[in-house]
Design a protein around this ligand. Sequence first.
Ligand SMILES: *Cc1c(COP(=O)(O)O)cnc(C)c1O
Length: 291
Amino acid sequence: MDVTPIPLGSWPTPLEPAPRLAAALGLDELWIKRDDLTGLGGGGNKVRKLQYTCAEAVRAGATRLVTTGAAQSNHARLTAAAAARLGLGCTLVLRGEPPATVRGNLILDELAGASVVWAGTDPLDEVAAAQDGYVIPFGGTSPVSARGYVDCAQELLTQLPDLATVVVALGSGGTMAGLVAHLGPHRVYGVDTGALPDPRATVGALLDGMGVKADPAELQIDEAHVGAGYAALTDPVRSALVLAARTEGLFLDPTYTGRALAGLRATPPDGKVVFLHSGGLPGLFGHPALG
Ligand SMILES: *Cc1c(COP(=O)(O)O)cnc(C)c1O
């Protein structure tokens, strides 16, 4: 199915050298792909995927977007922002109960005018299907939207043709799948956040859905930084947040980019390394162990 993306962000995002962080990690060369600066609604990787999912929604005649996520979902926040930009309604189905204090991404969800439905422990997909509107899948990830990260991989090869490895946080899998679709499994290192029961199978299935032949066994997936789960904050992640801030003035988030940097620190690759800053800063202000 051919979908022309709706422009929602600012492209290409910058690729910046990070020499002080590189030295601290013992890397020859480290670059930061600033996908935290994608433009819309505080930025982040979900904008690239929403350009495709929103195009599908508009083509289907949608007047309201519905999506799902954790309470501090960056994807939910950016779906709310995209809906506002496109003049559509937005319903966010979030896991758990309403918190006592509205913080982080939830403040931005409300500012953008989204209605929030708290799903408790019910399956998010079922609650979403019962809403009135066009449902965008968990994390905005589908074989179509993963093409947003084929676009990013193309930008990267223009900016740094001889890149060796791109390090990225793995949540719902679309970002990694799109990068692998264009760069191949050996140039992408995904650090899992614990959002999926079987990340290798999910990324493999997405590649299959994109028509890309790749052996899931070849995917480089680091599962050592999940810790006690998606919302937990481990010592290596806390230390990675401090390191990035104090070497480069770069703020990472505790759920995704902090884990990705902890993964890079534990297993430093050779050659020119790109760290994908996928955004997520609002989540820091909503994290139970930090805020
Ligand atoms: C969602 C998210 C990711 C992971 O992207 P997926 O495509 O869901 O795997 C990484 N970083 C941040 C900040 C995110 O919000």
